[in-house]
Design a protein around this ligand. Structure first.
Ligand SMILES: [Fe+2]
Length: 387
């Protein structure tokens, strides 16, 4: 793998994908099709208030399925929430899991599914391919526009004791069905619409430059970038249905790209920061992404023109340094469109923690596919420049 050998050997895995406005009422038929009799529905209080949980419960009822709701999930889902959900799943005798929400609810659904068929503690499954038994049938329905958890082979859970994020990667954790209804973005508060779309932007950028990128992931990453450049700013300002649908679609494409190409330094650093401070994941990526791009640019020249073109530029005949500037300017504009904070200090990150955060990032699986080989000193430099 790598830029000198644009890989002709690649695997590209995605779940069954259902995408379209108004399709949330198909959750019941999806769960039934997977052989479920009793559904364990994982969501959160915000979605309950917004009415989307009721919509799904009606769909389950219409399909003749029994169900139980578990809504005790918070942002950056915690290990103890996963354990509580697993105990409830077992006590209720459920046999299919539906996750409805942002990355937190969907990753919690994945965590409960992992324990549901493998037992133990969620910490046991940290890293790559540590899950040995297939998960129960799983349907994931994103209601934000960035996480990509609905198609990805990742689950990220907070270890509340160690105050760090556990990144779990396995083919097993991709769901059976990913069902996106872009209408759910209508009730997403502005802050989360912006921050989740920025997460999608980070996924697309990092997947595009990943050493595990392939033509299959590139086309998805580029499509995500193009949709974000076209519609992000207007979607936040005007909230028109067509633009919101573009954001949902961008998230889906970015999710398919990063699930297969994996990520890079921005996410490797964002995970320990999110674990230590319980910070908004999209905002952490927003702060880091420009400096990570500057750090990566010297080794990704071969793909720079394609990157700039996906963002809406015509880089033909333009000197590399100016193409870099054009691309960075557009990324900056997109970060502004999402009202992203600037500077790690504005996310509550303490300067004295930067060294230990750089050290923790060295263990993150996302670093394996960074286009530029790095070390603790360079990671610390990126953190300092992003501070
Ligand atoms: Fe992310």
């Amino acid at each position: 793998m790598g830029f000198d050998n644009p890989n002709q050997h690649c695997k590209f895995e995605v779940p069954e994908i259902i995408f379209g406005r108004g399709l949330l009422n198909q959750v019941g038929s999806c769960a039934k099709r997977l052989g479920g009799k009793k559904v364990f529905l994982v969501s959160d209080e915000g979605l309950l208030r917004a009415g989307w949980v009721d919509r799904v419960m009606k769909s389950l009822q219409d399909a003749g399925l029994d169900f139980v709701l578990f809504d005790q999930v918070t942002s950056n889902p915690k290990d103890f929430e996963i354990e509580a959900g697993f105990n409830e799943y077992v006590a209720q005798g459920a046999d299919v899991i539906v996750g409805l929400g942002g990355g937190s609810a969907m990753d919690a659904a994945k965590g409960i599914a992992i324990l549901g068929s493998n037992g133990g503690r969620i910490q046991d499954y940290r890293g790559i391919d540590q899950i040995h038994r297939p998960l129960p049938p799983l349907v994931l329905c994103p209601t934000t526009c960035g996480t990509g958890s609905d198609v990805s082979q990742f689950a990220v859970i907070n270890d509340s004791t160690e105050k760090c994020k556990l990144t779990i990667m396995s083919r097993c954790v991709a769901p059976d069905i990913s069902l996106t209804d872009p209408d759910t973005l209508e009730t997403l508060p502005d802050e989360f619409l912006g921050s989740s779309a920025i997460d999608a932007l980070s996924h697309a950028v990092e997947a595009y430059f990943s050493v595990a990128a392939s033509t299959l992931t590139d086309v998805n990453a580029a499509q995500a970038l193009t949709l974000l450049a076209k519609s992000f700013s207007r979607a936040v300002k005007e909230r028109r249905a067509d633009d919101l649908e573009d954001l949902s679609r961008a998230s889906l494409h970015a999710g398919m790209a990063f699930s297969n190409a994996l990520l890079g330094i921005s996410h490797a650093l964002a995970h320990p920061i999110g674990g230590l401070y319980d910070a908004n994941h999209g905002h952490v990526n927003a702060v880091l992404l420009p400096e990570v791009l500057r750090y990566d640019f010297p080794v990704v020249e071969r793909k720079l023109a394609g990157f700039a073109a996906a963002l809406g530029h015509n880089p033909v005949g333009i000197e590399t340094k100016y193409v870099e500037e054009m691309a960075l300017e557009t990324v900056d504009q997109l970060l502004d469109a999402g009202n992203a904070p600037r500077g790690l200090r504005n996310l509550g990150v303490r300067e004295e923690d930067l060294s230990s955060l750089a050290a923790k990032a060295l263990d993150d699986v996302c670093l394996l596919t960074s286009p530029r080989q790095t070390d603790q000193e360079d990671l610390l430099g990126i953190l300092k420049r992003s501070y």
